[in-house]
Design a protein around this ligand. Structure first.
Ligand code: PGA
Length: 253
């Protein structure tokens, strides 16, 4: 199944009601059974995790993901959700370091802690990285190197297999499909990410490292981004909530 693409649906703070969430999951679950080339990870808000899991638990192509994880220990943390709670809902994947969390409070150090915490608790982690801007001076490579080195610092080798990198240039998130990153530029960045990962972690540990792209992916650009961009899958925001489009996107791959 080396060619299977990983398609992560990042619902962010959507939809507004459980009924709407169930409608999306019902459709995706029913119509995605025939897709052989993609594995889907649905990442709803915490509050919908249990219900989504109930609907997809027997579905071979769909897994459950959470959008964040708490880093510390103990239970006296108002408003937080622990790794144990996430496990009890059937969550298998955790998104860490999304740029919208980085913009609020998640520094490189916090992202590192969350990555380790999630891995120690046997989750697969979708580690989001991406430069804020793209100028003429290759500053994006410097920024990416910093984010990756900080996240991977002293990462135990046995945990590397559960890390997936989602490269999401911040300037390409939430834009029109034409403003998504050009696949040729993505190809270069994917090579760079593999090189940094290999320098920090060791070449043999990153041979199978999966890299996803996120940022204004739609049914119209998904296939080209994957094919020419040298990536193993996609992190899809808005388009993952438009059920018909999302299913078409996957069917195209
Ligand atoms: P978008 O979001 O697909 O709506 O641009 C992607 C993301 O933020 O993960």
């Amino acid at each position: 199944m080396a060619n299977t693409k990983l398609i992560v649906a990042n619902w962010k703070m959507n939809p507004e009601t459980l009924e709407e969430a169930k409608a999306i999951v019902g459709e995706v679950s029913k119509k995605s059974k025939k897709f052989k080339s993609a594995k889907i990870v649905l990442c709803p808000p915490f509050i919908y995790l249990s219900e989504v899991e109930r609907m997809v638990s027997s579905h071979k192509n769909i897994s459950l993901g959470a959008q964040d994880i708490f880093i510390g220990e103990g239970a006296s943390h108002t408003g937080e959700i622990s790794p144990e709670m996430l496990k009890s809902t059937g969550t298998k994947y955790i998104i860490v370091g999304h740029s919208e969390k980085r913009a609020l409070q998640d520094t490189d150090e916090i992202v590192h802690e969350k990555l380790f915490g999630a891995l120690k608790n046997n989750f697969k982690v979708i580690l989001c990285v991406g430069e804020k801007e793209r100028g003429d001076h290759a500053g994006q490579y410097h920024e990416m190197k910093g984010q990756l080195e900080s996240a991977f610092f002293k990462l135990p080798k046995n945990l590397i297999k559960n890390v997936i990198i989602a490269y999401e240039p911040v300037w390409a998130i939430g834009k029109s499909e034409k403003e998504a990153m050009k696949p040729e530029e993505l190809h270069e960045m994917a090579i760079f990410i593999k090189k940094i990962a290999s320098d920090v972690l060791g070449a043999k540990y990153v041979e199978k490292l999966q890299i996803l792209y996120g940022g204004s992916v739609t049914k119209n650009n998904a296939k080209e981004i994957i094919e020419k961009g040298n990536v193993n899958g996609l992190l899809v925001g808005r388009e993952s909530l438009k059920t018909e489009n999302f299913l078409e996107l996957i069917a195209e791959l």
